[in-house]
Every structure is written in C-alpha cells, then in structure tokens.
Design a protein around this ligand. Structure first.
Ligand code: C2E
Ligand code: CA
Ligand code: CA
Ligand code: CA
Length: 387
C-alpha cells in the first residue's frame, strides 16, 4: 500500500522543522493505530509512506485503505496551525501485480497516481488498465517531444478586464493541435510535460511566442496592455530564467511591465526562500508577478507578505461558490487580505453576470472568464478587440 500525503512535502520549509516533526509523529501515530503487529510501516521520504501487509486480501486491504484515508484526512492541529491533507493511496497485490517488492511498489505507485488524478482522499487498486494507460502516456510524451518542432503548439489569449470592462491584459494559454487527437487541453499535457522535463523548452517557447506577439501588436498599434504567462515549478527553478526573460524583453524592445508571470502558491512555497530571491530579481526587472489559483494551496501568509507580488488571482472554485454565503465570505477575505498587502485582485472563471455583480460588491479589481471572452487564437482576439 503506497500512501502519498498531499501538501505536506515542504512543511519544514514553510512552517519550520518543529511543526514538520510533530506532523510526522502524528501521521505515524494515526497509521500505527490502524495496523496489526505483522504489518510494516515505512516512510519512503518526504510525505510518502508504504505499508506492507503480509496477510491480507483485497477486501481487507480496501477496508484498511478506507480507514487510512479517513484517519489521515482528519485535520491536524499543531502549534496553532490547522493542517489539512488529502491522502492518495495505491494498492498492489502479490503475486498478481508483482512478485518482488520493487514490482509491487511500482504498481502501487501507479495506482496511487490514479487515486490522485481521480480526486485525492481516495484509494485505487492497481489494474492492468493502468499499465495500458502508462503506455499511452509514454506515446503522448514522445509526441509532445516532437510537437514543438512540428509547430503543433499554439498560444491562445484570454482577455482580462477591469470592472469598467476595459482590457487590462491577456493571459497566454497553451494549446496543442494534435494531428489525430485534435486540440489537446493543457490540463492533460502540462502535467506530462512537467514530469518529463519537457516543460522547460515548451515554457521557453511560450515566453518567446507571447513576447513576440506583444511586440507585433505594438508595432501594429494594437493596444494590449500586458500579457500574463504561466510558469511551472520546473521552469521557475531554471537558473537562467531571469536572464532569459530580460534578454527576450530586451530583444523585443518591450518595457518589462508588458509581461506578467503567473506562479501558483505551490510553485512559490516549494522552496520559499529561493522563490523569494527569484521573485525579487524578476520584480526588479519590472516584470509583474501574480499568484495563480490563489486560495487552493495552503498559503503561508508569513511568506506571502514578503513576496513582491502584484496580483492575486482568485481561483475559479471560489468564484463558482459565489452564489452561496460561504463563497462570498471567502472572496471577501481574499480581497481584504490582498488589499492590506497592496495586491490587485483578479477573479478567474467568471461566467455569469450574477458572479460579476457579486465581485463588484466585494471590491474585486479585475475579472477574467467566459462571461467576457474565452481564450482565443490571435485572429479571433484581434476581432474581439475591435468589437
Ligand atoms: P490556469 O492558469 O488556471 O488557466 C485558467 C484556465 O481556466 C484555462 O484553462 C482557461 O481556459 C480556463 N477558463 C478561463 N475562463 C473560464 C471560465 O469562465 N470558466 C471555466 N470553466 N474555465 C475558464 P486551460 O487553457 O485549459 O488551461 C489549464 C491550465 O493549464 C492552466 O490553468 C495552467 O495551469 C496550465 N497552462 C496553460 N497554459 C500554460 C503554459 O503556457 N505554461 C504552463 N506552465 N501552464 C499552462
Ligand atoms: Ca506528496
Ligand atoms: Ca494562470
Ligand atoms: Ca488559475
């Protein structure tokens, strides 16, 4: 049984070693209370654990996994923090899924990834289908590797507006025009690109393309104030990133303020001290910085306050919840937090006028979503600008 605790990997960095240690002890305590004497609990490192059950069957393992999910997803109260985890569990059975420990672990790991992909806080048994899936993923990965050369990648742009409906910028969103599969969503291939490291050259291409497009718009007198580009964790850790961004802006003779980089909380918090240094260097160039999907990770307010951030992007899930009281309270809290820290707020995924009106009442600064426009190819965006 392979257990992955979400969000706890970098707890030491964000909340300090003492909380990290307490958490580990508490996780161990909860797990051990569910096990029997002949079972073995091992920590693989980080927030990954394995349990070996020498005498169990499918139903026994399934029941145990259920209890483990319940036990580990109960909130942890440590040193004044409330921590929440969404554990994902994969189960492999000997001898059908493998005969050596290594084979079993690989199978359980694949099953764990499925559990993660299917919503977390759940468990999956390894199946032969997972093997097929991983073969399909390998194929897609090989194709993605060639997609750049074959010019199958394209950027779409989605408008971002202020509350008066004026354009404040566009977000660049990747599309893969696959020759057989049609348009493949980034939600599908970005994780693949991240795992394989392909995100680095792809991300570089996105930056080049977006900056080149801004330059072209400028030359043609088309007014697009800024372009926002998504950065993934791996890209953010490239040592040359800052120089590359500076170089691209210089070559295009564009002011750095034309570019905003979007980082998610998890990218930033993975190694907050490094991130802080990098963000300061980018900020000093004049590049804008936004925190994407804000509110979905466990933001450490302590860090947030030190980061040179310009905008917080309120995650779509909160915008969707605006029709309920709880959603309103959350957005109100985010907006007031952002204000007190001097950040501009932009709500993502605005689809209805009711949401827009609510956001206006809550003093959110900017909006992006299907209500205004979908992400569009350049030609369509240009037509939209002249509407
Ligand atoms: P994201 O950065 O949170 O981007 C917003 C996503 O919400 C986009 O999905 C956009 O099409 C979608 N969206 C915008 N307005 C609405 C709305 O009103 N309703 C709904 N339901 N959805 C809306 P998309 O384009 O499929 O991108 C998915 C994710 O893929 C992005 O999420 C981002 O994390 C990643 N991604 C896209 N392009 C890039 C890229 O160039 N580099 C990296 N690293 N990641 C990218
Ligand atoms: Ca993890
Ligand atoms: Ca984004
Ligand atoms: Ca987002």
């Amino acid at each position: 049984m392979f257990i992955d605790l979400d969000r706890f990997k970098n707890i030491n960095d964000t909340l300090g070693h003492s909380v990290g240690d307490q958490l580990l002890v508490e996780v161990g305590r909860r797990l051990l209370s569910l096990l029997q004497e002949k079972d073995t609990l091992t920590r693989l490192g980080g927030d990954e654990f394995i349990i070996l059950l020498p005498e169990t069957n499918e139903s026994g393992a399934g029941h145990l996994a259920e209890s483990v999910v319940r036990a580990l997803s109960t909130p942890y109260y440590l040193s004044g923090y409330e921590l929440i985890s969404t554990p994902s569990i994969g189960i492999a059975m000997a001898p059908v899924d493998g005969s050596t420990l290594e084979e079993l672990l690989r199978a359980a790991d694949a099953a764990m990834y499925r559990a993660k992909a299917e919503g977390r806080s759940t468990f999956r048994f390894f199946t032969a289908q997972m093997q097929q899936r991983s073969a399909a993923r390998l194929k897609l990965e090989a194709e993605l590797r060639r997609a750049l050369d074959k010019r199958e990648l394209q950027l779409y742009y989605q408008p971002q507006c202020n509350m008066q409906g004026q354009l404040v910028g566009v977000e660049a969103l990747l599309r893969w025009m696959h020759p057989e599969l049609g348009v493949v969503s980034p939600a599908e291939f970005i994780p693949l690109a991240e795992e394989s490291g392909l995100i680095v050259p792809i991300g570089m291409w996105v930056l080049q393309e977006a900056i080149g497009q801004m330059r072209e718009w400028r030359e043609r007198g088309i007014r697009v104030p800024a372009v926002a580009v998504n950065l993934s964790a791996l890209q953010f850790r490239q040592p040359q990133l800052v120089e590359q961004v500076a170089q691209l802006l210089h070559e295009a003779a564009l002011p750095a303020g034309c570019l905003e980089l979007e980082l998610t909380e998890s990218v930033v918090l993975e190694d907050p001290d490094d991130a802080l240094g990098l963000m300061e260097r980018l900020h000093n160039l004049g590049v804008g910085l936004a925190i994407d999907d804000f509110g979905t990770g466990y933001s450490s307010l302590n860090y947030l306050r030190r980061f040179p951030v310009d905008r917080l992007k309120i995650d779509r899930s909160f915008v969707q919840d605006l029709e309920q009281g709880r959603g309103i309270a959350i957005v109100r809290a985010i907006v007031s937090l952002a204000r007190s820290l001097g950040f501009v707020t932009i709500a993502e995924g605005v689809e209805t006028t009711a949401q827009l009106e609510q956001l206006r009442r809550l003093h959110c600064d900017q909006v992006q979503g299907f209500l205004f426009a979908r992400p569009m190819a350049v030609i369509q965006l240009e037509a939209w600008l002249q509407r």
